[in-house]
Design a binder for this molecule. Sequence first.
Ligand code: ZN
Length: 75
Amino acid sequence: MRLLLFVLIVLFAYLFLRKLLKDYQSGRKTQETDPRHMVRCAYCGVFLPEGEALTEDRNNFCCREHRELAKRDKN
Ligand SMILES: [Zn+2]
């Protein structure tokens, strides 16, 4: 009977730790893709939410025009 109790405690501890780990991982994931994270337009320098930015060659742009202008300036 004591063994059964021990097994149950270990099982609960395992499930609890697994839940903690899962919460930690999902929390970190949402932080990485946080739409409120601000990035800077590589052309005009304005800050905008990462979710609204256009990304090309690891540069962020506030609009399609600036993406095209930056590309033209480079060439
Ligand atoms: Zn811009």
